[in-house]
Ligand binder design. Sequence first.
Ligand SMILES: NC(=O)c1ccc[n+]([C@@H]2O[C@H](COP(=O)([O-])OP(=O)(O)OC[C@H]3O[C@@H](n4cnc5c(N)ncnc54)[C@H](O)[C@@H]3O)[C@@H](O)[C@H]2O)c1
Length: 260
Amino acid sequence: MTGFDVNTAYSVKGKVVIVTGGGTGIGKVYSQRLAESGAKVVLADIAGEAGEAVAAGIREQGGEAIAIRTDVIDPDAVQALVDQTIAKWGRIDGLINNASLMSVLPRGDWFRIPIDEWDRVMAVNLKGIFLCCRAVYPQMKAQGGGRIVNISSSRIWGGNPNRLHYTTSKAGVVGLTRALAREVGDDKIGVNAITPGFTESETQMASSSSNYVAGRDQGRCFKRPQFPDDLVGAVMFLISDASSFITGQTINVDGGQAMH
Ligand SMILES: NC(=O)c1ccc[n+]([C@@H]2O[C@H](COP(=O)([O-])OP(=O)(O)OC[C@H]3O[C@@H](n4cnc5c(N)ncnc54)[C@H](O)[C@@H]3O)[C@@H](O)[C@H]2O)c1
């Protein structure tokens, strides 16, 4: 950026943005809001029908979106996602690594976590991000830059118990973000992370008991539930040109529970 154009800096209009896990929960809301703001959105979810439904809804509202069923731990599928995105829109401006195993995981003692479940969580939540970043990298480099946003969790600041694999994987997301930011800075690619607090996505609520949900907001400065829309501003900022000199950082969005 050579100057600051207030009329365009905060805009995502026309940007081509891939949202992994965009078919349900918070990723669905990122996709809808990005499209409402004029972005061209690619929903990459293993839940292919859910992604299709969200993309169709966006198009009905006059937005631009396509859904490509993608398992983020399958390198061929991730490459196909990138190839189809480029074939459709010619570039990739943003990647939001939002897909994760979370709401499907039981909460419980760390020593009871099945080893294969531990491995699956690491694969989707970490290797999936590595594969998606690796696949978009050549295009972002060739076009002169891009923005990557990795979704971590505010659990890592508090060391929240009972999903040890999940919390561990989300701490890894911050390490990946920092190290990758250094490796791709010369290519003008920004890499940042967001740590959401407990967010009342449809999927989180479906998998959380009312006892667990009750009191989630008490430790916050803003004592109210957190909703998917509370995360949209930070994500859009990190995709927009307004954040073009910010990289390797983690923005905590949890109503002021953790002070990061
Ligand atoms: N909801 C919360 O309280 C909360 C808090 C902190 C962080 N987060 C993070 O925010 C993101 C969204 O959370 P959510 O509440 O919408 O959860 P979610 O479980 O609904 O979202 C996960 C999405 O990822 C998709 N997905 C799972 N495995 C995949 C794979 N292998 N390939 C492609 N897609 C896959 C799912 O189909 C789903 O659409 C996740 O990264 C989650 O860890 C959520």
